[in-house]
Design a protein. Sequence first.
Lengths: 202, 262
Amino acid sequence: MAWQLKGTYFENCNCDVVCPCSASSLTLPADKDRCRVLLAFHVDSGKIDGVDVGNLSVAVLADTPAMMHDGNWRVGVFMDAAASKPQAEKLGAVFSGQMGGPMAGLAPLIGEMLGVETAPIQYKNDGHRHSVKIGTAVDIEIEDLVPPQSKTGEASKITGIFHPANSTLTVARATKSRVKAFGLEFMNAGKNGHSAPFSWVG
Amino acid sequence: MGRITALARDIYLVSLAGTGGLTALAWFDLWRRAGAMTHGTGAGMSMAMAMPRPMPWNFPDLLAAGAMWSVMMIAMMLPSATPMLLFFSGVQRSRAAAHGLGGPAALFVAGFLAIWLVWSWLAAGFQWAMQASFVLSPQLAVTRLPLAAALLAVAGVYQFTPLKHACLSRCQSPLGFLFTQWRDGAWGAAQMGVRFGGYCIGCCWALMALLFVVGVMNLLWVALLAIFVLLEKAVRRGPWPSRATGALLIAWAVYLLRSPAA
């Protein structure tokens, strides 16, 4: 029953940089009345119950109260059209927290499902730029913030947080952001972003 | 928007009231039937027909037994499916607000119950077969210890199987079920209901068959089994609680076989 996934992650929400929710591990409220966020995952390599799920993407769209820890999240899910039926079922099981792992902690916060949509997902990492295109529903690109004074070219990071993807996230900003899906429509360009590699086992 | 929100809230309340009402009705009917059996005061002809009678059964007997099993399964299984049903009606509420349409939650419930009704009629057939072989008591408990032990052992061993665990883990996670089994539209809602009911049967069929050990009309055991099924789904502690129960059932089977009456 064991599974493991490795890949990259990024998010973009409607908070200003830096989002109080992620920086405070969900103990501080968001900047706006509602948090509108897209969580994008790209699995580089992974196996769930023996099914290879490498090179596939999953994205979660959420509309939550400002105090994210209060729960009652409204959530829609994008499943990669490139996933076969068994692949989609296994990925769904992991990303819903059904098979344990980091998403199992998030699942109790979800109060409503807006649905599951299967669509082609183009997820790209290009240096400090991370982008995702999901059919005609989502078009987002974020860029990690690198201090102009930096000699190493490394992005600024927040560390020591509780987050399903990683305990360290880059500080980033959306350069492009358009979402229209599950009855939600918003543009978060110029707003907060984070990126990180993730590595889960369950 | 205000009207849509109000409508959506109504859908939610109707789902809750419908589920609760249907369950209460089923339990009430079950209680009447059990009363009619133990006191022999026929609370209507159909109830009396569910009682064991000299063979052969006629068609009304089969109808009565099938109806009894159907009522019992609704009473026992609907409560444990409530989290899923409420979650599903929440989905429909959101979608109604978003698109102005949505597969009605009632179709999901109908799909769920339909597959359980199929199981109910199979159980009625099983009851018929056992009554025809004169191995059931008036309380519809098997009178042959080896047969009782076999039913317990099957239910016990089944608790350890991967199939049981696969079905249980799906029943435990309404979110996981929707993530992996989503179908759009009204027909999709019915299909999802049938699938969810299928996993539910995969989870509980052997436990339900234990009713033949403790007495199909033993309301205390009917309630205990219903509560256990509810807890097994609500308490998410991996496969071990189920396996521990399985071990107890196997121990019970061994105890029956070793008792002097066997």
